[in-house]
Design a protein around this ligand. Structure first.
Ligand SMILES: Nc1ncnc2c1ncn2[C@@H]1O[C@H](COP(=O)(O)OP(=O)(O)O)[C@@H](O)[C@H]1O
Ligand SMILES: [Mg+2]
Length: 230
């Protein structure tokens, strides 16, 4: 499909997500319609349990909506087969998590190489991973295992891993939740500069209301509905 430059890169159309629990169904996202343009930095705020991670999982194709459509780059990811959705996610989506989620038995470099090893290119993985680690200033720790790295260093490795495949969409779920405020601010600045300037979308869930001032758009999620903050 041709690039749809004038189309929003991420488009949620009447998206509803329900979870069944014992004898009842709970509506977590209630008829959500949102557009995110190419290169936009979007912040999602909301209380614990409001459905922020659920929304990221839908955009990233980890979970499917109960109804409605989610378009990423003009493609309805919820209508893809599981196999196609997995491939789409590998090629176009990078995830950054609060708990870093690095594999403890792999070095920092091996963690960053992992998405490339799962992808379709066969060569140059090491060089690409090292180049990405250089951009987030963690290349000096390439041989270290995660448990020898500080929280901020682990998150920089995780950012390199999320970005090494050059994804269009970067989803960050409370990426500074386990960091002190100075380190957290650096991580946010790094994510912002590596995404927005490259025309990628950054969707970040955070408890830090100040981050909203850096974003192009900020929303609050409450009772399954989004309201625009900025
Ligand atoms: N797989 C699931 N099955 C049932 N309930 C779920 C599932 N995933 C999330 N939930 C529920 O949906 C609500 C929203 O969860 P979540 O998106 O993780 O919230 P947040 O990230 O805003 O803290 C919570 O009440 C949670 O318990
Ligand atoms: Mg969450």
């Amino acid at each position: 499909m041709a690039d749809q430059i004038n189309e929003p890169l991420i488009k949620l159309k009447h998206v509803t997500k329900r979870f069944s629990e014992a004898d009842r169904e709970r509506t977590i996202l209630d008829d959500v319609t949102l557009n995110m343009g190419p290169g936009e930095f979007t912040v999602l705020l909301g209380k614990s349990g409001s459905g922020k991670s659920t929304l990221l999982n839908l955009i990233g194709g980890i979970d499917s909506p109960s109804s409605g459509d989610i378009f990423v780059r003009g493609q309805a990811i919820n209508q893809m087969t599981d196999r196609d959705r997995t491939l789409f996610r590998r090629n176009h989506v990078g995830f950054v998590f609060q708990a870093f989620n690095l594999i403890p038995t792999l070095t920092a470099l091996e963690n960053v190489m992992l998405p490339l090893e799962l992808g379709s290119t066969k060569t140059g993985h090491r060089e690409r991973a090292l180049a990405m680690m250089d951009r987030v200033d963690i290349v000096a720790r390439a041989a270290a295992f995660p448990d020898h790295l500080s929280g901020g260093e682990q998150q920089r490795v995780a950012i390199a891993r999320a970005l090494v495949s050059d994804p269009l969409v970067v989803l960050a779920d409370e990426p500074t939740g386990n960091l002190d405020s100075d380190t957290g601010a650096k991580v946010i600045a790094l994510l912002d500069s590596l995404t927005r300037q490259a025309g990628k979308n950054l969707v970040m869930v955070t408890h830090n209301g100040e981050v909203a001032t850096l974003a192009d758009r900020a929303y609050t999620l409450k009772d399954g509905k989004f309201s625009v903050l900025t």
